[in-house]
Design a protein around this ligand. Structure first.
Ligand code: NAD
Ligand code: UDP
Length: 325
């Protein structure tokens, strides 16, 4: 299946969380395509630096606002109709689940409803950044989109998992009731330049530790797995979904599944570090294994990840090396 670009010059796209890691890469590709892009961000986990190289472009506007309060009415860039709304805003690191629980609940729920209302008013395509966390600690492996998941509704991860599950339900509710054109992407562990070294997720943490020759803090025995995706592959997948007329949910990521111990060793070796692995306490409800079934993405969108873990990690290590001096 080949998907033709649906959004390009003349189209106005709203990206919430546009100054974040993944969304800033999306913004850049949309601008390169000729779209007019408005990014709304409150910088709770993102930063202006991520889009500093884009602010001079006449087709780009960055608005500082909390989308859980609704879109600001006074800003001229937000007054005109949007052709597509990409709801990417949300803290996403498990560290944030304890630090920003209410913000996460609000941006997944209240903000999603505000943005869905706006999409109905504008007749826009609405794309939701959902997550592999919708599957919780999965009993099915690899995870297909038909799997309903295994989420602890009151556990330490639930503020994020259930907020995203609510956001999916809201998106489908608006699709069914209002006939809204929607798309849901379930994103699997993605990494790359512009992640924060102190963001708490495994890859930026391991790279920062390796570059400082500090112990690599592997949680538990490190036998738990993740399938890691370089940001360029994810962005291509999200744009294929945006350009299609598919509703989803569609998984996006790679099948490069590895244990966290293997990931730590790979990062140490690629960065030429002298770090040792240190085994530390593992958080509750941490998923045991995770790998997307990519059949739908391949069949509906023609999606194929291209970047190997070695290539992607090398690029990310180079970026961190420059940033950390
Ligand atoms: P990120 O924290 O770098 O980006 C999120 C952005 O949203 C940040 O710039 C943050 O400041 C902004 N934001 C948060 N709450 C906001 C609010 N109320 N109003 C305005 N802006 C707000 O994280 P990321 O990894 O780039 O994730 C982007 C999206 O993709 C998130 O929705 C996340 O849940 C989803 N996702 C990411 C991954 C991944 O592996 N990176 C996996 C699954 C899902
Ligand atoms: N992890 C780890 N050390 C760290 C951070 C994370 O071993 O310093 C583990 C974590 O317990 C999980 C995996 O790495 O099993 C992936 O965690 P991450 O926070 O990157 O993403 P998640 O998939 O849990 O959202």
């Amino acid at each position: 299946m080949k998907v033709a670009p649906r959004f390009g010059p003349g189209h106005r796209i709203l990206v919430t969380g546009g100054a974040g890691f993944v969304p800033s890469h999306l913004v850049e590709v949309l601008l390169d395509r000729g779209c007019t892009v408005v990014a709304v961000d409150n910088f709770v986990t993102g930063s202006k630096e991520n889009v500093a190289h884009l602010v001079e472009r006449p087709t780009f506007t960055l608005v500082e606002a909390d989308v859980s309060e609704g879109l600001p009415t006074h800003h001229p860039a937000l007054a005109e109709r949007f052709d597509a709304i990409l709801h990417m805003a949300s803290p996403a690191s498990p560290t944030d689940f304890a630090l920003l629980p209410i913000e996460i609940l609000r941006v997944g729920s209240v903000a999603t409803l505000h943005l869905l209302d706006r999409a109905v008013a504008d007749g826009a395509r609405f794309l939701l950044a959902s997550t592999s966390e919708a599957y919780g600690d999965p009993k099915e492996h690899p995870q297909q989109e038909t799997y309903w998941g295994n989420v602890n509704p009151i556990g330490v991860r639930s503020v994020y998992d259930e907020a995203k599950r609510f956001a999916e339900a809201a998106t489908m509710g608006y699709h069914r009731f209002h006939g809204l054109d929607v798309a849901i992407v379930r994103i699997f562990n993605t990494y790359g330049p512009r992640m924060r070294p102190d963001d708490g997720r495994a890859i930026p943490t391991f790279i920062a530790q390796a570059l400082r020759n500090e112990p690599i803090t592997v949680h538990g025995t490190g036998a738990q797995t993740r399938s890691i995706c370089y940001v360029d592959d994810l962005v291509r997948g999200i744009l294929l979904l945006l350009d299609s007329t598919e509703t989803g949910p569609v998984n996006c990521g790679t099948e490069h599944e590895m244990t966290m111990r293997q990931l730590a060793e790979l990062i140490v070796s690629l960065s030429g570090s002298s770090s040792e692995v240190a085994y530390v306490t593992r958080a509750a409800d941490d998923p045991e294994k995770r790998r997307p079934d990519l059949t739908l993405a391949r069949e509906l969108l023609g999606y194929e990840p291209r970047i190997t873990p070695e290539d992607g990690l090398r690029r990310t290590i180079d970026h961190f090396r420059q940033r950390m001096g």
